[in-house]
Design a protein around this ligand. Structure first.
Ligand SMILES: C[S@@+](CC[C@H](N)C(=O)[O-])C[C@H]1O[C@@H](n2cnc3c(N)ncnc32)[C@H](O)[C@@H]1O
Length: 286
């Protein structure tokens, strides 16, 4: 891992924006539904007592786990102090005593002893990782896991729609991430991480690796259409400064695509499906 002090915040969105906290809270509910639950079906949660959620945002996933499983001790970490304060306040309001939150940079050595957790969760951390930091983070998770513990990682691949404006908006994201070697895409035409999750786990010696694929149907008339569209409407303006800075699109073109997107998604023939993957693996017991 890098040493403390040489980190630079690589998150695609300005996390001082309160709008990002609000978006992440909604996104948490949306994806918990799309994923079909907090953990992949069939994962044996029997031996689990302690959980770490890395890049926990305002705490959505960690709070829900703590609420649903009162015997788990859950810790969420995030680089953003405002999100951590929000997560703390939520835990207090809901009177959850089995969850805590700390400000920590996941691209640095984490401030926990070896063998601290039974399960470590990461979801949508591709938004601040690079090709270099991915393997380091997975290795760090192995250090923190107890023997027999589980790493569970979930990422999305932005999908396919019949809106040319959305396809262009998404391609700006792929291209900028590719240019900056933030992912494993070989041509800048995908996010390029879901296909690597299993390999990353294998490279650090995880065993019994499993995967669960899920879809997010944002098509007009689909159950999650409204929430998914809201998420997109919030996400693109928040990510725009990063895309313009990355020189993959100018402001005028971006704004035109965004405006067209707004009408495309309300057409009754609008279709869009994106997909994601949860991959998990176990730390060997000996
Ligand atoms: C897309 S959000 C995902 C939030 C949450 N995992 C979820 O699934 O709802 C990414 C989160 O990573 C946090 N983040 C960005 N850079 C980070 C870093 N270096 N270390 C830890 N967290 C970071 C951001 O503040 C943000 O809350």
């Amino acid at each position: 891992m890098s040493s403390i002090g040489d980190s630079e915040n690589k998150y695609l969105i300005d996390i001082e924006e309160g709008a990002e906290t609000a978006r992440l809270l909604e996104q948490n509910l949306l994806y918990n539904r799309a994923q079909g639950g907090l953990f992949p079906q069939g994962l044996d949660l029997g031996p689990i007592q302690s959980i770490l959620d890395i890049g926990c945002g305002p705490g959505g996933w960690a709070l829900e786990v703590a609420y649903a499983y009162k015997h788990f001790g859950v810790v969420g970490i995030d680089i953003n102090a405002a999100m951590i304060r929000y997560a703390f306040a939520q835990a207090r309001t809901r009177k959850l005593q089995n969850v805590s939150f700390e400000v920590m940079d996941a691209t640095q050595t984490l401030d926990f002893p070896d063998n601290s957790f039974d399960l470590i969760n990461t979801r949508f951390v591709a938004s601040f990782m690079t090709r270099e930091t991915w393997p380091e983070l997975v290795r760090e998770c192995m250090r923190l896991l107890k023997p027999g513990g589980i790493i569970q990682m979930t990422e999305m691949e932005i999908g396919i729609s019949n809106s040319a404006a959305i396809e262009r908006l998404n391609s700006y994201i792929y291209q900028s991430m590719y240019k900056q070697k933030r992912n494993f895409s070989v041509d800048g035409r995908s996010i390029g991480i879901v296909n690597m999750l299993g390999k990353l786990l294998q490279q650090v010696g995880c065993i019994n690796i499993g995967t669960h694929a899920f879809t997010m149907d944002s098509s007009f008339g689909a159950e999650l259409h409204y929430s998914a569209i809201k998420d997109m409407e919030l996400l693109y303006p928040l990510i725009k400064p990063y895309l313009v800075r990355s020189d993959v699109v100018d402001e005028f073109t971006f704004d035109a695509d965004y405006a067209t997107m707004g009408t495309d998604v309300m057409r009754n023939d609008f279709v869009s499906i994106s997909f994601g993957l949860t991959a998990w693996g176990y730390k060997a017991t000996s």
